[in-house]
Design a protein around this ligand. Structure first.
Ligand code: NDP
Length: 337
């Protein structure tokens, strides 16, 4: 069983050498009397939160990885053997699994059986999995959006951002996204239908850039990056605006994190700034699928993935999230069905 092992806790940016590949053995039979399942992993999801789990100090709700053990994260997998009444050999599932070829999954309560296979299976790591649910819950439940509002999204071409923008466009909002390359800006404007987009790396004055795109201010900010972007956004929010804090990737490799200077804008402008975590919204998953699957089939929602091939490519794929190497949802193809 080929595995990606977490080497040890570290400071700063992750490197490929913070992980290594090894091979161990695994019995492909569930132990007698256990209600676990054995799966063959097909696709692994690279998620920014995995960096947070590489810290020694556990952040509330995100268990730190154990040095010397395989990384864990979301995956799409095929059940090979099951001691659980809800799963049988041959079922396709998505949920928490190991960064390895085969996994024994005991946390079966978090596994979702995949019922719709007429879409790419890899979508269950992104569009139809955790990041998709994050976009859906974050936008519709946290932002309280209304038609015609001005929406800004950072890390806008990524797994979550590209979908938030498309939801906001469908509702009739004016939508601008920021991303870190020309290729990503082109995708935002020409593939995902954003009204406008800019490369934040080319803007030495983010406040001025936001004033250019939002002369009347921002109603909703979908926050994915934090730091300087958040500071500039605060200056450009409208009265009673909403900031959904999904994540702050620019801070994950900094210790201590950067300070934010303009927080008093929350008071002056009576802004609602709300952090959220997708797992509080799992009860909406069926409603989410019923909403999004028809959109996919009708071509109303598109999704861009960046698929790295082979478990060996997983460390580089994960590290790449922090330099913006990924274009769209970063997935690792471990095995075909
Ligand atoms: P992405 O697919 O967007 O990948 C990460 C992207 O972040 C990179 O491609 C890069 O894009 C951008 N980035 C990296 N470093 C920086 C930096 N220093 N400054 C600005 N941008 C940076 O990731 P996801 O869509 O999966 O995740 C987006 C955010 O959502 C993250 O903050 C993540 O932690 C959060 N999240 C939160 C969840 C929740 O439940 N609250 C659930 C899932 C995700 P670019 O080239 O544009 O810089």
């Amino acid at each position: 069983n080929k595995q990606v092992i977490f080497r040890d806790y570290f400071d700063g940016f992750p490197k490929e050498s913070d992980m290594y590949l090894t091979t161990s053995t695994i019995k492909l039979k569930v132990p007698e009397g256990s209600n676990a399942v054995i799966v063959k992993n097909l696709y692994l999801s690279c998620d920014p939160v995995m960096r947070i789990r590489m810290r020694r100090v556990t952040v509330v709700g995100f268990t730190s990885y154990t040095p010397g053990s395989p990384l864990t994260g979301y995956a799409v997998a095929k059940v090979l053997d099951s001691g659980h009444p809800d799963f049988k050999a041959g079922d396709l599932v998505w949920g928490p699994s190991g960064w390895e070829e085969y996994s024994l999954i005991t946390a079966t309560e978090s596994l979702h059986k995949i019922q719709h296979t007429d879409v790419p299976l890899s979508y269950y790591t992104g569009l139809l999995g955790m990041p998709g649910m994050t976009a859906y819950a974050g936008f519709y439940e946290v932002c309280s959006p209304k038609k015609g509002e001005y929406v800004f999204i950072s890390a806008a071409s990524g797994a979550v951002g590209q979908l938030v923008g498309q939801f906001a466009k469908m509702l009739g909002c004016y939508v601008v996204g920021s991303a870190g390359s020309k290729e990503k800006v082109d995708l935002l404007k020409n593939k995902f239908g954003f009204d406008n987009a800019f490369n934040y790396k080319e803007e030495h004055d983010l406040d001025a850039a936001l004033k250019r795109y939002f002369p009347e201010g921002i109603d909703i900010y979908f926050e994915n990056v934090g730091g300087k972007t958040l500071d500039a956004v605060l200056l450009n929010m409208r009265v009673h605006g909403r900031i959904a804090v999904c994540g702050m990737i620019s801070q994950y490799n900094l210790d201590p994190p950067e300070g934010v200077k303009n927080l008093m804008c929350l008071v002056y402008k009576r802004i609602h700034m709300i952090g959220f975590i997708v797992r509080d919204y799992v009860h909406l998953y069926t409603k989410f699928l019923d909403t999004v699957l028809p959109y996919i089939k009708e071509g109303k929602i598109v999704y861009v993935e960046d698929i790295a091939e082979g478990l060996e490519s997983a460390p580089a794929a994960l590290v790449g999230l922090f330099s913006g190497r990924n274009v769209g949802k970063q997935v690792v193809l471990v095995a075909r069905e």
